[in-house]
Design a protein around this ligand. Structure first.
Ligand code: FE2
Length: 233
């Protein structure tokens, strides 16, 4: 059968999920949200599975870790993919809202989901949605820097992400409680921040009251990630 396979990988230092997706028919693959320190792990796995890496794809400009994208591009020659609203320099492909990226016999759809950052992009493929730091399992990404907006987060999730079928599997950018994935139905029903029982004005009010620590790696991660994870010129 011609289908998409998903492998979830984890970075213990920053609690980041990286995803390896591949087309089972053509063995073409892509990585979503690689982490610099895990590049060798990811490339070893791709080799072990006999896959052909085509793209490294990012959900947003991360503040908590440096992406492995530029390093992987240097080592393998693959294309770096970002959403078109990120403001990132040096990517090979910038995807607009609703634009498709071909992966073997399949297409990945970019969905502009601003809120955590102004350029956040989620990706949908065959029953899976990769929500980055926009929608978490039982939570939502912070909205207090990088063009963040709680109003935008609410609209992105309720007007765009929640429009996908209830059975769609949600794969987030992080989880701090040991959960690996969820579904649209579960998040609509029980996400305490943004489930269907929460009104937009309450979400915005709740977000405005949250005090969150300054990310440890912010000052090195954001400038590097604005250049696809390039750490030196
Ligand atoms: Fe983030």
């Amino acid at each position: 059968m011609n289908s998409i396979k998903v492998r979830q990988l984890f970075d213990y230092d920053t609690w980041t999920y990286t995803y390896l997706l591949w087309c089972d028919q053509t063995k073409k693959c892509l990585l979503i949200d690689s982490v610099l320190e895990q590049v060798d792990r990811d490339l070893t796995l791709i080799k072990k599975l006999d896959l052909k890496l085509e793209y490294v794809v990012e959900t947003h400009v991360h503040a908590d870790h440096i992406t492995g994208s530029d390093t992987i591009r240097s080592k393998t020659g693959v294309q770096v993919v970002y959403g078109s609203k990120t403001g990132v320099e040096g990517a090979d492909i910038y995807l607009d809202d609703d634009e498709l990226l071909t992966l073997g016999s399949h297409s990945v759809k970019a969905i502009h989901t601003p809120g955590h950052t102004s350029g956040c992009t989620s990706y949908y493929i065959q029953g899976y949605i990769f929500t980055g730091d926009t929608l978490f399992i039982d939570g939502t990404g912070r909205t207090d820097f990088q063009g963040g907006s709680s109003s935008d987060t609410y609209d992105s999730i309720t007007q765009k992400i929640f429009k996908y079928p209830d059975c769609t599997v949600v794969y987030p950018g992080h989880n701090y409680n040991g959960f690996t994935c969820s579904t649209i139905a579960e998040e609509k029903k029980s996400n305490p921040n943004v489930g269907l029982h929460i009104k937009k004005e309450d979400f915005i009010l709740n977000e405005s009251k949250k005090e969150r620590p300054y990310p440890k790696k912010f000052d090195i991660a954001v400038p590097a990630n604005m250049k696809c994870g390039k750490t030196e010129d």
